[in-house]
Design a binder for this molecule. Structure first.
Ligand code: 26Q
Length: 763
């Protein structure tokens, strides 16, 4: 096909204009149509067994560039646009970003769909079509406010399918309408689908912020994605959303099984359902219910479901493990209650230990423990990094591991290097082509070949030149979007991820305070550093919002201080999302991965940063451990207490609340106290809300549940060492090179190949 000619035809038909006369918004719609035509022409991958990846979140980001790459026409389109005076990056600006995820878990699901298609495997996503997605963040008066993010235009990536199912809620049936987004596989001729269910008459956006009447169902069922907090008023709606997704999704699975000519008694031979955290767990009782309706006995239904469903755990934070009051389920989907009770009774008969029960609690106050149901009635349980899986087996889920050792397995996360290297960092990708040939694009382990160039001065210099160009690109974007002027010669030190106490953005802020106080005392740092944050806080997560407030007040303090500003800058990117990530990650020198050891299941940002030649400053947590093993101690800065020690501290604390970790103790240390007390200093508090800062101070000096003070001294030392080392250009460039060279293991193609080999068995 002549790509440019087809673009011209579409432009003529749509707008009666030449390509050169079209605006960027029109060109985006031309390319949207072209991509959709090409996806339509692709076949679905064949296989005996088909995977359905059930997830409440798919953080897909903008799709245009990725789809053009997967369709093999990226270069042709870029050139065609250039020939008529346009640029693909300008056209991309016109694409709205779907925000169908909170963070890591949702972005992982998007990377997985990309890799499943690229490996030519039959596997579709199943989720919800949130109209306003995750909230859009605004930063005003040093605080976060939230607005809806309407991303669906008249013409969008969503393809109406005409397929509908009825979801039987307690209050009556609701129609679920299916929309699809095509997922073309790179270097293949196949495409899979992301299936998103929607209500028939979606409600308009609420006026003002994101608050709305959460009882106004069904029209508001698919309005918003729930932020990862425990907004009490929203909890019931969340269960409605989950049941809507899994009931429609389960009906889709059975419809496709039927269309392929298979009996429901052979479900597990022809379908696999991956349950992405516990959000879709109700698919288990729902499938049992639908199979009973189709004439299977309870034994047969349970047998099929237990060989169809597999569960991925993404967290060990107790507060994030979903337990729904049975009264909620009674209300949302009463028909599931007898099935849940039967599943619970069978589990209790086989395993009387109350720690592994599905239904727990006193009569009248029972809760359904979603993860427990998944483990009893799923055939696989996996963690998302080696350390995480070991913690699940050894402590969090130990009673289950003792019962079902064979079900547990590790699948270390990965990221699609197509989006997170090829598309977001074209200059580095071109250098890699020059050095290694293009095979690394299909086999990222080939990146190991870079190690042969460890002493190649020309390559090292080119890597640094590319980093410098990317830093200037980021500085340009921040000037355009936020009006801040950055020094691209300074060290770009970046922490971007959801705001959570366990991720310890507050510890990063304490480092900023350390440097501020040093400079004020006349102790000038070795070189200028720009500290960049990007983070959304769940609207109901008070402490997270206090931490944002602290960061923004520090920013203002430093911006207004001509003595400090040349050496230290703080930037908070407003509305951090996938689009910003694609600009930030290639421009990063130091990647902050500083979670409290044992708490970050894996992390995936850490992998994207290393691929783009950033050096990690991190704790021995999640996949950081595997990154450290791959790059070796000279190419990563690790610090802080070990996960074993942290787990021991929490155990001690559980045994005796007065023992164990005491932030008081750390607070008293002379190197720590002035940093924390700065939260009360009028120099700072006059810029913001003194009460909020006091509340944060009280928490850090008293409770500090996520131990931000435990590691703060070793953190400061490690960070200073990294900033010092940065000054030796060739020395630092080698670290960059090793990080890119060793990132192949973290390709989600590798992760998906393992899921298929060990869990799905699709072909
Ligand atoms: C639960 C109940 C009610 C409302 C919201 C939620 C909820 C929503 C989202 C709970 C958790 C999440 C998201 C979790 C998440 O993103 N986990 C991350 O998953 C990544 C992919 O495996 C890991 O790399 C990260 O370490 C992990 O934090």
């Amino acid at each position: 096909m002549d790509v440019k000619q087809r673009m011209q035809e579409i432009a003529q038909a749509k707008y009666g204009q030449e390509l050169s006369q079209c605006g960027d918004g029109q060109l985006y719609h031309v390319l949207l149509q072209l991509s959709q035509e090409l996806c339509q022409g692709r076949r679905a991958p064949a296989g005996e067994r088909k995977l359905y990846y059930f997830s409440a979140e798919f953080l897909i980001g903008k799709l245009l560039s990725n789809d053009l790459l997967a369709l093999g026409i990226y270069d042709q389109v870029s050139q065609a646009l250039a020939e008529c005076g346009h640029s693909l990056s300008a056209v991309e600006e016109a694409e709205p970003e779907p925000s169908l995820g909170n963070g890591g878990l949702g972005r992982l699901a998007a990377c997985f769909l990309d890799s499943i298609a690229a490996l030519g495997l039959p596997g579709d996503g199943v989720g919800l079509n949130y109209h306003y997605g995750l909230f859009q963040q605004e930063l005003r008066d040093n605080k976060q406010t939230e607005r809806p993010n309407p991303w669906i235009e008249d013409e969008s990536w969503l393809i109406p399918t005409g397929i509908e199912f009825e979801v039987p809620f307690g209050f009556g049936p609701v129609k679920a309408k299916l929309f699809d987004i095509a997922v073309p596989g790179a270097h293949t001729d196949v495409a899979n689908r992301l299936h998103l269910f929607d209500v028939e008459h979606p409600a308009p956006a609420p006026e003002g912020g994101i608050d709305f009447d959460k009882t106004d169902l069904p029209d508001r069922l698919t309005s918003f994605l729930y932020p990862d907090d425990s907004d009490e008023a929203g909890r019931l709606l969340r269960v409605y959303q989950q049941y809507f997704m899994v009931s429609a999704g389960a009906q889709l699975v059975l419809k496709e099984l039927d269309e392929r000519g298979h009996d429901p008694r052979s479900l597990s031979a022809h379908a696999a359902i991956q349950i992405n955290d516990t959000h879709p767990s109700m698919v288990i009782p729902e499938l049992v219910r639908l199979l009973l309706q189709r004439g299977l006995t309870m034994d047969e239904a349970v047998e099929q479901v237990s060989h169809t469903c597999a569960y991925t755990n993404h967290t060990i934070l107790a507060e994030a493990l979903e337990k729904w009051p049975i009264s909620f389920i009674e209300k949302v989907a009463p028909q599931l209650v007898p099935i849940l009770k039967e599943l619970d009774a069978r589990a209790k008969a086989a395993h009387p230990d109350s720690a592994v029960a599905i239904i727990q609690g006193k009569p009248g106050q029972e809760v359904v423990h979603m993860a427990h149901m998944d483990i009893h009635y799923g055939y696989s349980v996996n963690g998302v990094a080696a350390l995480h899986t070991e913690i699940l087996k050894g402590s969090e889920l130990k009673p289950f591991y003792d019962i079902y050792p064979g079900k547990f397995n590790n699948k270390t996360n990965g990221v699609t290097l197509r989006r997170w290297l090829e598309v977001c960092n074209p200059k580095l990708a071109a250098l890699l082509d020059q050095c290694l040939g293009t095979q690394w694009r299909t086999d990222p382990t080939q990146l190991n070949g870079l190690m042969d160039l460890y002493n190649d001065a020309a390559v090292l210099e080119r890597m640094q030149a590319i980093k410098a160009e990317n830093k200037r690109g980021l500085a340009d974007a921040l000037r355009r979007e936020q009006g801040v002027e950055l020094d691209p010669e300074s060290v770009f030190d970046i922490q971007v991820k959801r705001l959570h106490e366990y991720k310890r953005q507050q510890m990063n802020a304490l480092y900023v305070i350390r440097k501020y106080l040093d400079i004020k005392a006349g102790k000038i740092p070795e070189r200028p550093v720009t500290v960049i944050f990007g983070a959304k806080a769940a609207p109901a997560y008070v402490m997270a919002k206090h931490i944002i407030h602290l960061i923004l007040c520090l920013r203002q303090l430093i911006e207004d201080d001509p003595q400090v500003r040349p050496w230290l800058r703080v930037v908070m990117v407003e509305n951090y999302n996938v689009t910003w990530a694609e600009k930030l990650i290639p421009a990063c020198d130091i990647s902050e991965q500083i979670s409290l050891a044992s708490k970050e299941a894996s992390g995936t940002g850490n992998m994207k940063f290393m691929a783009n030649g950033a050096v990690t400053l991190g704790t021995r947590d999640g996949a950081n451990v595997e990154i450290a093993d791959l790059v070796g101690p000279d190419n990563i800065y690790t610090f802080g207490a070990s996960s074993n020690w942290i787990i021991e501290l929490y155990d001690q604390k559980a045994r005796d609340p007065k023992m164990g970790y005491q932030s008081e103790l750390y607070y008293r240390r002379p190197a720590v106290k002035p940093l924390v007390d700065f939260l009360l200093d009028p120099v700072l508090t006059r810029l913001g809300d003194a009460e909020a800062l006091k509340a944060l101070w009280t928490d850090i000096t008293g409770k500090d549940w996520f131990m931000s003070l435990l590691d703060v001294e070793s953190y400061i030392a490690a960070r200073d060492r990294a900033i010092h080392d940065y000054g030796d250009k060739p020395f630092w460039a080698r670290k960059m090179l090793v990080n890119t060279a060793r990132c192949g293991f973290f390709s989600s193609d590798r992760t998906i190949a393992e899921y298929d080999r060990d869990i799905w068995h699709l072909k």
